[in-house]
Design a protein around this ligand. Structure first.
Ligand code: APR
Length: 249
């Protein structure tokens, strides 16, 4: 892996030269090279014991809040211990060269820690704590305990109910403001880069098709083919940390 495919280099340069705009949609694959396991297509033992599809739900929280909270505290610590990689830094650098809207499905803060402004966290944020009942925002975190353990969630200072992570659980609505920003960015962009997503979870997975319907060129960067690959104008079989630094040059 040592060069950007010519067609991709060309469409990026044309976007810059013509005053176009970029929209970058990232998924869990964007964080993989920082050591954060993806949800699918991974045989990482971390998820084999704790199925995200089962735990990331309001029902799981109601049934066993201590298990769900312990799992999220473990995920928060994993993000705290992780570092952004060269791909995250490349996106921050790219935004200094061309108007770039960053839309992510990821709930970690690695883009921000690399210097990016994230326009939309469409699935919320791990560290955006709020009361499960009244929605009151909370910032303080309890002491971290090693590994995934059952940890009784903190209590809301306003109503006494349990504090939950600010991530969107399966079956929950996406944050209005984030989704509106994401749709606006997809509709307005000249070029969309789709990095590290399997394209299986809607409505986020519908953003590339929306961009394309509005006339954008859509490029996928992923080491594997995905559910969206056939809808793409260009596909670059590469990882985020390999491809994005090359793209920025
Ligand atoms: N660089 C780029 N892409 C990668 C890398 C890498 N180093 N490693 C893996 N990938 C790709 C995989 O090939 C896969 O296509 O990242 C994608 C990860 O897919 P998922 O695990 O399904 O993650 P994502 O698409 O973000 O999931 C969407 O599903 O579980 C929910 O809310 C969760 O936001 C998440 C949503």
């Amino acid at each position: 892996m040592d060069a950007v495919p010519a067609a991709i280099a060309e469409v990026l340069q044309r976007t810059i030269d013509t005053g176009g705009t970029l929209c970058v949609l990232t998924g869990a694959g964007m964080s993989a090279e920082s050591g954060i396991p993806t949800f699918r297509g991974t045989h990482d033992s971390l998820w084999s014991r704790f199925d995200p599809m089962r735990l990331a739900t309001a029902d799981a929280w109601r049934e066993d809040p201590a298990l769900v909270w312990g799992w999220y505290r473990w995920r928060m610590q994993a993000v705290r211990d992780a570092q952004p990689h060269a791909g995250h830094r490349a996106l921050a650098a790219l935004a200094r060269r061309v108007p770039l809207s960053l839309v992510t499905q990821n709930v970690d803060d690695l883009h921000e820690r690399a210097g990016s402004i994230v326009d939309a966290h469409v699935h919320g944020g791990l560290f955006a704590l709020r009361c499960f009942a009244c929605g009151h925002a909370h910032t303080a975190l309890d002491d971290y305990m090693e590994g995934v353990q059952r940890v009784e969630p903190m209590r809301c200072t306003a109503c006494g109910d349990r504090i939950r992570p600010g991530v969107v659980w399966f079956g929950e609505a996406l944050p209005d403001d984030a989704w509106t920003s994401a749709v606006d960015a997809a509709e307005r962009c000249t070029l969309m880069l789709v990095v590290g997503t399997s394209g299986l979870v809607y409505p986020a997975a519908g953003l590339p098709a929306l961009a394309r319907r509005k006339g954008a060129t859509v490029v996928e960067i992923n080491p594997e083919p995905t559910a969206l690959s056939t809808e793409m104008d260009l596909v670059w079989l590469a990882t985020a940390a390999q491809a994005l630094p090359l793209l920025v040059g």
